[in-house]
Design a protein around this ligand. Sequence first.
Ligand code: TXA
Ligand code: MG
Length: 374
Amino acid sequence: MIFHRERLSPAILLFREFHAGCYIRSRNHPDPGPGAAVPERDYPIIVHFVPNSLMQTIIGQDIAVAASLLRKDALVAIPTETVYGLAGNALHEAAVVAIYEAKNRPRFNPLILHVADIADIETYAFVDAVSRQLAQAFMPGPFTLLLRKKEIVPELVTAGSDKVAIRIPAHEVSRELLRRVGFPLAAPSANPFGYVSPTTATHVLQGLNGKIPYILDGGPCQVGVESSIAEVSGDKVILHRAGGISAEMITAVTGLPVVTGVHTATPSTPGQLKSHYATRIPLYKGDVPALMKQFPDKRMAVISFTRSYPVATGSHLFILSPASNISEAAQKLFATMRRIDEMDVDLILAEDFPDTGIGQAINDRLNRAQAIHK
Ligand code: TXA
Ligand code: MG
């Protein structure tokens, strides 16, 4: 949408000036705080203009506000137990297009359909017996099923595929929202394409400020990594993305072997992008002492599961779970990566995590965040 200055109301212009003013910061002088004497300006003023600053992004806890915006095809960031999602009415093309645009996401990468209850799945997809078993075992929860879609699901949601990915978030705020609106929500993770997924409302704001009207704050996400994506295919189950529900758990329910999807740079199956979840600061994964030797004189942030490593001055150690709890490590992973990304270090080094259960999801995300894939 293009706005012509002469057509904007004085109130909007005022808001624009005010909004820009909020971002005036001095390079050397921090904000002196209210009531303090304003120092002589002997330093350069840096003004950051926020693109699309006409839209003010609000964080709140009001499900009614979120529902009303979604009914008007506006986008709302929603809390789930995995990560925050960027939601819009999955049945309205205008809302779905807006999701791709706000995230800057290529249209070949389809969106997950979020519904409130297991009974809703049949409205949008054909459900075979094994998929039904999996739905009953793992939904609501960090689990997405890839199913043959019904006509009602727009191709824009599935990026032209005849399959649709469906999930029921295990977060009461979002389930209540889904029940109130009565339509399914298309919702990718609420981050600009390629960056680390958000696990708090503040993370969403950092990436999408000015691009969406409302962030429904449901607290920090409890699982912390995105859902597992599974597809029943003949006498096996394909695990397209590792997440909170592991291959072992799927086999325990179905009695079927699980094969894992393959990551590529140009995916034939979407959801398999090799470079993803990438931090701004280059990340290397593997044997930490060996990597430390490989990069002498660099300031680094080290991400470990429980182990302590000696780090030099200017470097930092982030132990995700001193108590060796892999779920706790998963929950903290993305917040830690984001925090490090704002620090003054040259590199991020990450350990190989135990490759069982949700540890597989941690390894998958860290592998794809690596500098070598950029
Ligand atoms: O936990 C989650 O799944 C979160 C929360 C918000 O629900 N959502 C999420 O969405 O991670 P997104 O868009 O960031 O990742 C979904 C993945 C993508 O890699 C996409 O390619 C894949 O699912 N996907 C979605 N629909 C698909 C389809 N029809 N066929 C194959 N892959 C699909
Ligand atoms: Mg994502």
